[in-house]
Design a protein around this ligand. Structure first.
Ligand SMILES: Cc1cc2nc3c(=O)[nH]c(=O)nc-3n(C[C@H](O)[C@H](O)[C@H](O)COP(=O)(O)O)c2cc1C
Length: 215
């Protein structure tokens, strides 16, 4: 089983969302099952390590032909990794309450994967976000990512933990309730939400894999 995490922040190792994504992937790799002993591999992709051109809106993919931009950049490398994945988790900071441009380029360019035979269909999907402000657009970023996944035919899941403590996704803010500042590494609830997401993604991906094997 392969779980691919895509970090949508341009900040690499200094990124709060990438930190949370790494916690999600760690938890995913350690999600124990008595009945399924297949090893869980994880792969963290930093989207800004890839040279991605903008979608030009040429609609070549709608005519079921390969994207002309993919001959000129690194999109095909990403596509190969995503095709192999059983589950995909995307992390993104809130940039004006939406996702950073580098990630949006990837989202738009992946349209070819949808048009050419729904290549991401039935992969399990989870989203993570972090924002500067306590109310900094976190819900909207998650909504953008989840709707993207739905458009690709993926199976969207959230964190599933203590119903009176844990939220439905890995999320938080640099700003604390009393107006001070922290990093995601000091945000207990954000870490817990991200860990729970990793576990949930694996548990659902296992069910889907076994179901597929029965058919
Ligand atoms: C261009 C830009 C736009 C931002 N817009 C918002 C915003 O709308 N709301 C907010 O709370 N924080 C905003 N932030 C702050 C980031 O969401 C915050 O620093 C976050 O932790 C960055 O995540 P990262 O460390 O994973 O990159 C913005 C930051 C940048 C660089």
């Amino acid at each position: 089983m392969l779980i691919v995490g895509i970090s949508g922040s341009p900040k690499h190792e200094k990124s709060n969302t990438q930190f949370l994504l790494s916690k999600t992937l760690e938890a995913a790799a350690q999600t124990y099952s008595e009945t399924d002993t297949e090893p869980i591999e994880t792969l963290l992709i930093n989207i800004s390590d890839y040279d991605l051109r903008h979608c030009t809106g040429c609609d070549t993919c709608v005519r079921k032909k390969p994207c002309p931009q993919s001959e000129l950049d690194a999109m095909h490398t990403l596509e190969e990794k995503l095709r192999e994945a059983d589950a995909i988790i995307i992390s993104a900071p809130s940039y004006f309450t939406s996702v950073p441009g580098v990630l949006k380029d990837f989202i738009d360019r992946s349209r070819a994967m949808k048009m050419l035979n729904h290549q991401l269909k039935d992969k399990v999907f989870g989203a993570i976000t972090y924002a500067g402000l306590r109310y900094g657009g976190q819900e909207h970023v998650i909504d953008v990512l989840n709707r993207y996944a739905l458009g690709q035919g993926m199976i969207v899941v959230g964190s599933l933990g203590n119903p009176v403590r844990d939220g439905t996704f890995g999320s938080g803010s640099l700003q604390t309730d009393d107006g001070n500042w922290r990093s995601a590494a000091n945000d207990e609830l954000a870490i817990e939400g991200s860990v729970l997401l990793g576990q949930r993604v694996v548990n659902v991906a296992r069910r889907i894999k076994h179901q597929g094997a029965k058919q």
